[in-house]
Design a binder for this molecule. Structure first.
Ligand code: BG6
Ligand code: MG
Length: 219
């Protein structure tokens, strides 16, 4: 009886939310307005295109199709410049221990991310080999909170949604996991992540016996 474990990337495996934030902040300031850390919460788990739409809304900016495309490119170039030097030191605490534990139990492991930069990031931090399946922003058409990304991951692992567990730091991601009928585990602040079935502030708080409890068949 296999359980599939689906990990979000940004904010779960690596702390890249701060780099996304800096790149959006830079674009906002170029356009003449402030973009706050609090507003950045809304960007977690949300596609690049949708983030830009929200940002332009916040700034009250009107745009043409061409400008929109140019700003998307500029933001991504800034983001890529920030993560260029990224290495294993940017992996969040105890991520490797959890991945190793699940591997030792021979459980399938998947990535379920909205990012189009997921594979290069996993390569930089040398974690790509842990993943049996990678589903990222290049393969999905409907962004979280739509469950598409996680349903594709389940299918690729050869599992039903009920046999999957999702680790997420974003409200939209937890809602997607719940809609998919998967076990949703929030990584972060319990006050923000109340949609999750379980919440841990980080993987260090989640011990192997909790992971083992998820492997027991549920009625
Ligand atoms: C998600 C992040 O994982 O990926 C979002 O939480 C980000 O903040 C989205 O906008 C898209 O990422 P990228 O790398 O394709 O711009
Ligand atoms: Mg995330």
């Amino acid at each position: 009886n296999k359980k599939g474990f689906i990990f979000d990337l940004d904010g779960v495996i690596v702390d890249t939310a701060k780099y996304h934030y800096l790149a959006w902040k830079k674009l906002a300031s170029k356009l003449g307005f402030e973009f706050t850390l609090e507003q950045n919460e809304l960007f977690k788990g949300v596609s690049r295109k949708r983030c830009l739409e929200i940002l332009l809304d916040i700034g009250g900016i009107k745009w043409s199709h061409e400008q929109f495309e140019a700003w998307m490119t500029a933001k991504n170039e800034d983001y890529l410049a920030q993560i260029e030097e990224m290495d294993e030191s940017e992996i969040l605490p105890d991520v490797q221990r959890v991945l190793q534990h699940l591997k030792a139990k021979e459980m399938p492991i998947a990535l379920g991310s909205a990012s189009k930069n997921a594979i290069p990031i996993l390569k930089k931090v040398k974690l790509l080999d842990f993943f049996d399946v990678v589903v990222d922003g290049n393969q999905v058409s409907k962004a979280k909170p739509d469950p598409e990304v996680f349903l594709i991951a389940a299918k690729k692992m050869g599992l039903t949604a009920n046999d999957c567990v999702v680790f997420e730091d974003a409200v939209a991601g937890l809602q997607a996991a719940n809609k998919a009928g998967m076990i949703s585990i929030g990584i972060g602040d319990a006050k923000v992540l109340f949609d999750a079935q379980y919440v841990f502030s980080n993987f260090t708080e989640m011990d192997n016996s909790f992971l083992n409890s998820l492997l027991i068949p549920q009625e």
